[in-house]
Design a protein around this ligand. Structure first.
Ligand code: GDP
Length: 228
């Protein structure tokens, strides 16, 4: 599918065709071992950036753990991030020695105390500002609801820090075409207002595993190339 009409249209993956060679590069990258490296609950304990890095962010319950599981095929990864005590920290994973995957803590809990919001903000800001290795943030948005008020502070932070970010719509299996069209329309209007937002959008379902191969291919663009 192409984007919506107009010059600022986002491009939606899938079903736009991605070159099979790129899909294969993505498949191979994610077939490699991934392991937990470190967790940081405050900016002072962030691990050094040794490899190119991509990060996943989104409000709680958006489907971030499910998507990371679908990408890596390893339940362990997201389970680590959901372990009590680790849900409020940034978790770092190594993927085959070629890329670092970063799981930012979820935000937007309805009953979050002010202190929790403050510490989330200082942690996220500390990470985003000084991370030379960070190539892109994949911002997960529920495909039924689109961008919400709770997503705007992070988008603002990414714009300010000049960190490139890209929308990944989740739970596509729950969204009918009639529901998706207005969400895409709002995104088309919103994204050009954000300096660091990438115009390409991924449409995924962890449950049906749709869009996963395409997202892997996109992520693989940032990895250290495999040795021949
Ligand atoms: P997180 O809080 O962002 O890590 O979200 P989770 O991955 O734990 O998912 C939150 C809820 O959404 C769970 O009940 C999941 O089963 C459900 N969910 C996640 N991904 C999908 C999906 O692709 N399709 C459907 N139908 N449900 C999903």
């Amino acid at each position: 599918m192409t984007g919506l009409p107009g010059s600022a249209s986002p491009t939606i993956h899938p079903p736009r065709q991605i070159d099979p060679g790129r899909l294969e590069v993505g498949r191979r990258l994610f077939a490699q071992q991934s392991e937990f490296i470190a967790g940081a609950a405050q900016p002072s304990t962030l691990p050094p950036d040794r490899l190119p890095e991509i990060a996943f962010a989104g409000r709680s319950n958006v489907g971030k753990s499910s998507l990371i599981n679908a990408l890596t095929g390893r339940r362990m990864l997201a389970r680590i991030s959901n372990t009590p005590g680790r849900t409020r920290q940034i978790n770092f994973f190594d993927l085959g020695g070629r890329l670092q995957l970063v799981d930012l803590p979820g935000y937007g809990y309805a009953d979050a105390p002010k202190s929790a919001i403050k510490s989330w903000t200082s942690l996220a800001r500390g990470y985003l500002r000084g991370r030379a290795a960070l190539r892109r943030v994949f911002l997960l948005i529920d495909s039924r609801h689109g961008i919400k008020e709770v997503d705007l502070p992070l988008m603002g932070m990414l714009d300010d820090a000049g960190v490139s970010y890209q929308i990944v719509l989740t739970k596509a299996d729950k969204t009918g075409p009639g529901e998706l069209a207005p969400v895409l329309e709002r995104l088309t209007a919103e994204l050009p207002r954000h300096a660091a937002a990438h115009p390409e959008i991924h449409l995924t379902s962890a449950a049906k595993r749709s869009g996963i191969a395409e997202l892997r291919a996109s992520i693989a663009d940032f990895a250290v190339p495999a040795e021949q």
